[in-house]
Design a protein around this ligand. Structure first.
Ligand SMILES: Nc1ncnc2c1ncn2[C@@H]1O[C@H](COP(=O)(O)OP(=O)(O)OP(=O)(O)O)[C@@H](O)[C@H]1O
Length: 912
């Protein structure tokens, strides 16, 4: 085909935005009726269109055929359907796309005499008629309709409008594809002109007579209408654009086999060429139906080469497959249907074709270039104004500043945490090194081992090296601001040191130094967990020297007196070292050249309680004990060691023991007492025993939960929140007296140690905060009473003494006390006591008589008071009131509570 309109200046351009959509080839099937010849030969119509889309093979005689009997397509037309219907309902929509600048193609495919020419002639005319109608209805546009026609006969392309039979060449144009060189194009003027041209084509087309068709089309005919349209207002102007497309009407030669057409000679040769083109067409259609992968052999035939745009290219395509219903043509009909089935899977992608003049094209390209350059300069959405930039920058700066601040804060926190970790790790290392280097006493080694296992102790421990006077950092806010500190550490208050030995005073002085050192640190920097200060002395002498300077001259006041009811009862021969040992370490073993001062605060009271109570193994290894609330920071080693002390009657001295039996064994070995002060049960032993018994007592009868939890629960059950209690202790005096009476009775019933009774009444004078101990003691005694009566076998394997053992121990204790009377009291004092207690001065065993009478009348509080006083004097129990108790870490008392003391003597006055 030649250049459309012959205008060389026109360029084809596929406009952006006019890209076509992909669509499948429209496949229509037209079933013609039996023709006269077929009817005459009694042909049977085996095919029927059962609806608008399905054609059915109805030959029941061939039901066993492997071929399908029903075929469905976009539209099927029965034999009685007119060509008009085929056009209107099938081909029209595709064909008329051309007026909108879209290429289109209408094919007729089928065997000879199936009605291809019959159909295509009608479709062509209807289309042209419609085009003319469209042109008439769109006068605003100027249309140009160009008519051209070719045939492909024996693979030669002929111009049907030309009388020259010279075959035309096919040319490949980069823009328009394959074109037919020198093809005649007639501008279609009107309908009559069309009819004229069609007549010429029909006249020119190769037609021969075959067995099946007297006027069989022996060639492939392609009639093409090229339509160009432009808006009339822009005609001749630079900006004018033209829509240019073509519609092709393709009447293929018959697809029958030569044998069927009984072709021979010339017809056979025609048939060979026809079949070659149709075979290529079928192959192209089949390949396209499976996708566009691989090579599509368009160039294998002139037919497919020319029709390439219509076969999967820039065109909308409809194929009308014509069928003969005759039974004799069933095979060709099936072949046609198979071709149709492949064709309906082929897709094309038609586009609107716009022709632009060179000037218009240049203008268009310039405009497009400017747009692209603008996009490059402003990749994002353009800002509305410069102010937006300023505000945006300010906002970003604020964000950066905020983030910077957060980073600094986080960095500070991180550095602080790292510093703490480093210090703790160093302390752990130092602790271990120190322990390895020291000639540590086995008992202290045990403690350290336990601490190491616990980790937290060593981590936060601080060591005072007396030789270098170096005090490592010590983190203990409790010693900075607690009541215990003021009572224990106040340098202005020498009452605490007053009764202590030089070493004890020195120790306290060290504590003072430690506290002072500590006071320079912010509390925030200090861990509230375990704190420990340990001091090791290479020798007592060295220690005394080094500590003496720190004792602030208190050493000379070590042998103070206690005013007990106006009497001077304190002995001047107190073994202060021993007492200090008792106070600090809870045992009185000989440590001649070695002393360890431990001021170790365990993690937290709760942690202590939990750890110490929940782990039997650790309990065996001297776990710390403590109380939940108000615990002022009792030295941990103190608790660890005394909690394991019990009376060993055979060795006549206190030794480590199971914590469960520690309280039950808080008794006085007669020989131990007789040996002097060193084996007297310590205050700390007693206190620890109380605590351990609290565990024990509260561990009974509780089915679930850890001992610590049970204990904690019991504390709450009995209302022993000391702080809370002190806030409302109006009921306490009555309650105190009630508990007091019960305890006194039970002491007597259970043959409890007199020393224990004395300690108890001296330490717990009826402060509201003492209720916890009284409650614990009451429970313990109730438990003992029940055990003695045989009603409780829960502790058969424990160290809880039997009633006989308790009675025996009590007798020994009275014996020891009687012996100590000789040593502790002067002759005059003894005489006065004998007279006071109704013992004849000339009777035998007067001291034993007195000892036997002590603590026997539980109803008489005056008797109790006197008994406790005597026992205290005998065992040299130095009662400082709160001081001792608080040194033992037992003060739960708030300042308010401290002002509310009722005392055991029932007269609101101190017992002693
Ligand atoms: N649908 C139809 N209704 C009535 N007559 C038809 C129909 N289709 C075809 N015919 C008649 O059948 C005969 C053959 O038709 P036609 O020439 O169109 O066949 P064809 O497929 O073009 O054959 P060929 O391939 O040999 O050219 C014609 O006489 C035509 O009038």
């Amino acid at each position: 085909m030649g250049a459309i309109g012959g205008e060389e200046l026109m360029k084809w351009e596929k406009m952006q935005g006019a890209s076509g959509r992909e669509e499948k080839i429209l496949v229509l099937v037209r079933l013609r009726p039996l023709n006269e010849k077929e009817i005459a030969s009694n042909e049977v119509a085996d095919w029927e269109c059962i609806n608008d889309t399905t054609v059915l093979y109805r030959n029941t005689l061939r039901e066993g055929s492997t071929f399908p009997n029903a075929y469905s397509f976009d539209r099927v037309f029965r034999g009685d359907c007119s060509t008009r219907e085929v056009y209107e309902e099938g081909a029209k929509e595709i064909a008329l796309s051309v007026v909108n600048g879209i290429n289109s193609s209408i094919f007729a495919y089928g065997q000879t005499s199936s009605g291809k020419t019959y159909t295509m002639n009608g479709v062509t005319e209807y289309t042209v008629a419609e085009i003319f109608d469209y042109i008439h209805r769109h006068e605003e546009r100027a249309f140009v309709v160009k008519f051209s026609a070719i045939e492909i006969y024996n693979e030669a392309v002929r111009d049907l409008l030309s009388t020259d039979n010279t075959p035309l060449r096919l040319l490949d144009d980069p823009e328009r594809g394959t074109i037919v060189e020198k093809l005649t194009e007639e501008i279609l003027r009107d309908w009559s002109h069309l009819k004229e041209l069609l007549s010429i084509c029909e006249a020119q087309r190769q037609i021969g007579e075959t067995l099946l068709n007297e006027k069989s089309s022996r060639s492939h005919q392609i009639i093409r209408l090229g339509i160009e349209s432009s808006a009339r207002e822009f005609l001749g102007k630079d900006k004018s654009t033209t829509l240019a497309a073509s519609v092709s009407f393709v009447d293929l030669a018959g697809s029958e086999r030569a044998s069927q057409a009984l072709s021979a000679g010339t017809r056979l040769k025609e048939g060979c060429h026809i079949n070659r083109s149709l075979l290529t067409l079928s192959t192209v259609i089949r390949k396209l139906s499976k996708g566009r992968q691989g090579h599509i052999n368009y160039r294998d035939s002139k037919l497919t080469r020319i029709l390439q745009p219509s076969l999967g290219g820039n065109a909308r395509t409809a194929i009308i497959c014509t069928l003969s219903p005759a039974r004799s043509h069933v095979e060709q009909t099936r072949n046609t249907l198979l071709f149709a089935c492949c064709a309906k899977e082929v897709t094309t992608k038609a586009q609107v074709n716009v022709v632009m003049s060179d000037k218009a094209l240049v203008k268009h390209l310039q405009k497009e270039l400017a747009r692209l350059e603008s996009e490059l300069r402003t990749p994002g959405p353009p800002p509305s104004s410069a102010c937006d930039y300023v505000a945006l920058l300010r906002k970003k700066d604020l964000q950066i500043e905020k983030m910077d601040k957060e980073i600094r804060e986080l960095t500070k926190q991180r550095d602080l945490a790292q510093s703490r970790v480093k210090d703790l790790l160093q302390m752990v290392g130092d602790e271990r090194n120190s322990n390895q280097k020291k000639d540590v006493h086995p008992k202290l080694q045990a403690t350290n081992e336990w601490e190491d296992e616990e980790g937290s102790l060593s981590e936060s421990s601080n060591v005072v090296d007396p030789s270098s006077n170096r005090v490592r950092r010590y983190n203990n806010p409790r010693y900075d601001d607690g009541d215990s500190e003021s009572n224990l550490e106040d340098p202005e208050d020498d009452t605490n040191d007053h009764y202590l030995s030089d070493d004890a005073s020195s120790q306290l002085s060290i504590r003072k130094k430690f506290v002072q050192s500590n006071s320079s640190h912010s509390q925030d920097d200090y861990c509230k967990e375990v704190q420990c200060i340990e001091m090791e002395e290479s020798s007592r002498h060295k220690s005394s020297e080094s500590l003496a300077s720190a004792s602030d001259g208190n050493e000379g006041r070590s042998a103070g007196n206690i005013d007990v009811n106006g009497q001077e009862v304190m002995s001047n021969s107190i073994n202060r070292d021993r007492e200090l040992d008792l106070m600090q370490n809870g045992f009185t073993s000989d440590v001649p050249n070695y002393r360890s001062f431990s001021l170790t605060k365990s993690r937290s009271c709760r942690a202590n309680l939990m750890t110490g109570l929940s782990s039997p193994d650790k309990t065996n290894r001297t776990p710390p004990s403590g109380f939940e609330k108000g615990f002022p920071g009792r030295p941990e080693n103190f608790g660890q060691k005394i909690s394991h002390l019990s009376f060993d009657s055979k060795n006549t001295r206190l030794s480590r023991n199971d914590s469960q039996s520690s309280f039950g064994s808080v008794s006085v070995d007669a020989q131990g007492i007789s040996n002097g002060d060193e084996d007297v049960t310590s205050l700390q032993t007693f206190v620890t025993g109380l605590k351990e018994m609290a565990k024990l007592v509260h561990g009974q009868g509780q089915g679930t939960g850890s001992i610590a939890e049970k204990y904690e629960k019991n504390m709450k059950d009995i209302g022993v929140d000391p702080i809370m209690e002190t806030e409302d202790s109006s009921h306490w005096p009555l309650e105190f007296e009630r508990l007091q009476r019960m305890i006194l009775e039970l002491w007597q019933t259970c043959h409890v140690s007199l020393v224990h009774r004395t300690y108890f009444v001296l330490l717990f004078k009826g402060e509201p905060s003492d209720s916890i101990y009284m409650e614990v003691e009451l429970r313990r005694l109730s438990f003992l009473k029940e055990t003695y009566s045989g009603g409780n076998h829960a502790l058969e394997d424990s160290r809880t003494p039997t009633l006989a053992e308790s009675m025996k121990a009590l007798r020994r204790e009275r014996e020891v006390l009687s012996k100590k009377m000789q040593k502790r009291f002067s002759e005059e004092e003894r005489k006065r006591l004998f007279q006071e207690w109704g013992i004849a001065l000339d009777s035998k065993r007067r001291r034993r008589q007195l000892a036997d009478r002590l603590w026997n009348d539980t109803k008489d509080m005056n008797h109790i008071k006197k008994s406790a006083t005597i026992v205290a004097q005998l065992i040299r129990f130095v009662d400082q009131g709160r001081a001792l108790k608080e040194m033992s870490g037992l003060s739960f008392t708030s300042p308010l509570a401290k002002r509310r003391s009722f005392g055991w003597k029932n007269s609101r006055a101190p017992l002693l």
